[in-house]
Design a protein around this ligand. Structure first.
Ligand SMILES: [Zn+2]
Length: 413
């Protein structure tokens, strides 16, 4: 098949990513490009000009999501939507999200170079505030158009300095029209860096992402007795922090007892009174539990609850376990995964199935359209850090597979 040999322009893609990396640059090759900041406005303006230069019709919706449309032969058909986000963490990298948006742009530029007309339209999208680093929660732009969050909720979110989402959207000139939202989508594709070490360790070039794994967050509150550190004998204490320490170890063990796919993390802790010569009377901490299979994740959560309750009883502290958040695993569309696997094979790249441990805009898009993601390796698995790195060769290979899949879908193969 001749079309399988189409290739993106690696130098052009590299230059485009490097140009993007100058906007909001921080020491160590990182980026600080928070949603709706001046830096975000600058990359948006540049991105818009790139879309226009590629002959695309540009729209901005009421959440500031930017679209660039390449018409197909079937003008009324729902488009193949391809994209990600251009915002970053405060100490972020050059590739997270950016690769998906600029990779999509490179796909369109290549189709233009080759004068390939597709049956279905293709739209590039850059979603607003994917990271959630400035306005919580994450993925507000994709969550807005898919009905996860309503407009009032999104508009009223405030950053740490009290500035609201809608005011900042207006300030940077990206408050577009509701009629510009994408409504019907044929398929959604997101090209992204893995942000973990699996592909690198497996020596695989292409990650065929079959799902975004679910997670459960718990908040545990322990109440012991906050006595004086001197006069209270060891055998008469109800030390909430000692109980918490034993629980953290037990939570780590719980993951191992389920299987090697389970992750359990205690990432946040507060103690009172937090003073040198007082026995900690109160401790609260978070638990994050993840697994690609919802059933196994629930088993792990049950095991965690059981273990920490037993420890609380043995240590004589009161325990209160609260559900903070729960999200189910999102499986991706098998027919698109098939195209990704075929694409990798056509170019002779190694590929493997992988589950995403992190959330992405693709999670919400899968509510309205068949969706899948393509991952490329992250050096040392690093992301959300200036050290985030993916080789240009891996980027080129991922972009070629993206091109292959977009062309196949847009020509209804
Ligand atoms: Zn991302």
């Amino acid at each position: 098949m001749e079309q399988a040999l189409m290739k993106v322009n690696r130098n052009r893609l590299q230059e485009t990513i490097e140009t993007s990396a100058q906007i909001g640059a921080i020491p160590g090759n990182g980026l600080c490009r928070l949603a709706l900041s001046d830096e975000d406005k600058e990359i948006r303006d540049l991105f818009r000009s790139w879309l226009k230069d590629s002959g695309l019709q540009v729209r901005v919706d009421d959440f500031g999501n930017i679209y660039g449309r390449r018409e197909g032969k079937k003008k009324d058909a729902p488009p193949i939507l391809v994209g990600s986000h251009l915002d970053t963490q405060p100490m972020g990298g050059r590739f997270d999200g950016i690769l998906g948006v600029l990779g999509a742009l490179e796909v369109v530029r290549t189709l233009n170079d080759l004068e390939i007309e597709t049956e279905l339209p293709i739209e590039i999208v850059s979603f607003t505030n994917e990271e959630g680093a400035r306005f919580e929660p994450p993925m507000l732009g994709s969550g807005g158009i898919t009905g996860i969050f309503d407009k009032e909720f999104i508009y009223s979110q405030k950053d740490k300095s009290g500035k609201s989402f809608v005011d900042e959207l207006k300030r940077i000139g990206y408050l577009g029209d509701e009629s510009n939202r994408i409504r019907k989508v044929h398929s959604y594709l997101e090209f992204h860096v893995e942000q973990g070490p699996v592909l690198e360790q497996a020596n695989s070039a292409i990650g065929v992402v079959e799902a975004i794994q679910g997670m459960t967050w718990l908040e545990v509150k322990l109440t012991g007795e906050g006595d004086h550190a001197g006069p209270t004998p060891m055998n008469m204490r109800k030390d909430a922090l000692v109980a918490a320490a034993k629980m953290i170890v037990a939570i780590q063990h719980a993951a191992r007892e389920i299987d090697e796919m389970t992750t359990t993390t205690v990432g946040r802790m507060a103690l009172a009174p937090n003073v040198v010569n007082c026995i900690p009377g109160e401790v609260s901490f978070s638990v994050d539990v993840r697994h690609p299979e919802d059933i196994k994740r629930r088993l792990a959560v049950e095991l965690v609850r059981e273990k920490i309750s037993t420890i609380a009883a043995a240590e004589g502290v009161e325990i209160e376990i609260r559900d903070l958040w729960e999200i189910e695993t999102t499986p991706f569309a098998p027919q698109i995964l098939k195209h990704i696997t075929e694409g990798a094979k056509a170019y002779g790249y190694s590929s493997r199935r992988i589950v995403s441990g992190a959330g992405h805009d693709a999670k919400y898009l899968s509510d309205i359209a068949p969706t899948a993601m393509i991952f490329v390796p992250s050096v040392n698995g690093k992301s959300h850090s200036p050290e985030e790195l993916t080789s240009w060769e891996d980027i080129e290979q991922g972009a070629n597979v993206l091109l292959y899949v977009v062309e196949a879908l847009a020509n209804e193969r």
